[in-house]
Write a protein that binds this ligand. Structure first.
Ligand code: NAD
Length: 292
């Protein structure tokens, strides 16, 4: 477990019309990280007392999740090596509009593979714990970069999906959601209304972010008492800027990730463990502390 104390760094707000990217936006200001960094041997994953005290009185909690929270459900993260058939392609080669224009069949088939993985997967203890935590606070927002729908299946309700959902399909020409189509053997299938190619309803790298969801995510991040960043490498922007926005707005910010990330030095607390281990423990201690 890593503890950190120090002044909040300076990270700017994104502009509207931002695009999904692993690069920091060009207008990023200088990031100033000031703090003292303490690494403690903590095999029993004790939840820091200061965090528990804040959670005991917190009215509003916001959580940002990334692919890591679904890793224990068997859904690979993008930082994991891709497996089997797909090992030779990087996600950046497959999850872009350019890739779809170049080889729509390849991209559709990759998503078919991922869709099947997701449909066969089950929510894990981390997803279930977040659904429980939601019931313990007056205001709770779950912002997810995940496209797998596992938070919904675990029972979470107040979810902001930043990158869409792999289980939905849309027309690549008109952007309308398409729920059924005739199987003509075309890969990808064609839109029944206009004949355009169908594609997954997800935000690809280099595509604009959905404005309403971004606005909701920004408000939830800047109006909370405690902010959790869970299972995200904090390298995919603009979602990666949300923990810093929460920090700037005065929230206590906690990271849960077995590996350090670029954000770790700025977090008030970095709980270095798997989400499926840390979150159920957190639910138990929060439930006990909020009974009084
Ligand atoms: P990422 O792949 O960049 O990083 C995953 C992070 O999760 C890493 O920092 C890793 O250390 C951490 N992690 C791994 N196992 C963990 C565990 N058990 N508990 C907690 N943390 C764990 O993921 P990202 O930051 O979400 O960004 C990648 C992009 O890929 C996002 O846009 C996301 O939409 C997309 N994606 C989504 C899914 C999904 O929906 N399940 C899967 C892969 C990628």
């Amino acid at each position: 477990m890593v503890g950190h104390q120090g002044s909040a760094p300076c990270i700017p707000v994104w502009k509207t019309g931002v695009f999904l990217s692993t690069l920091m936006p060009g207008e990023m200001e200088l990031i100033v990280v000031v703090g003292c960094f303490k690494r403690r041997n903590n095999p029993d994953m004790t939840i820091p007392a200061e965090l528990l005290q804040r959670l005991a009185v917190a009215k509003s909690v916001t959580v940002l999740t990334g692919a890591g929270i679904s890793a224990e459900s068997g859904v690979p993260t993008f930082r994991d090596a891709q497996t089997g058939l797909w090992a030779k392609f990087s996600p950046e080669e497959l999850a872009t509009p350019r890739a779809f224009r170049r080889d729509p069949r390849l991209v559709w088939e990759w998503y078919e593979w991922r869709r099947k993985l997701v449909v066969d997967a089950m929510p894990n203890p981390a997803h279930l714990a977040l659904a429980e935590i939601e019931r313990l606070f007056q205001r709770f927002h779950l912002i997810t970069q995940n496209v797998d729908g596992l938070h919904q299946r675990a029972g979470s309700r107040n979810i902001i999906e930043l990158h869409g959902n792999i289980t939905r399909t849309k027309c690549s020409e008109e952007g309308t959601i398409v729920s059924s189509w005739k199987d003509t053997g075309d890969v990808p299938p064609k839109c029944p209304a206009c004949g355009g190619l169908l594609r997954p309803d997800v935000v690809w790298f280099e595509e604009p972010m959905p404005e309403e969801e971004m606005q909701l995510a920004m408000t939830a991040s800047t109006h909370c008492d405690v902010f959790f960043s869970i299972g995200t490498s904090t390298v995919v922007y603009p979602a990666a800027a949300l923990p810093s926005e929460a920090l700037r707005s005065g929230a206590m910010v906690v990271e849960i990730n077995p590996q350090p990330t670029p954000f770790t030095p700025q977090a008030h607390f970095a709980l270095a463990g798997a989400a499926g281990v840390v979150l159920p423990k957190l639910v138990r201690v929060i439930s006990a502390s909020r009974r009084f």
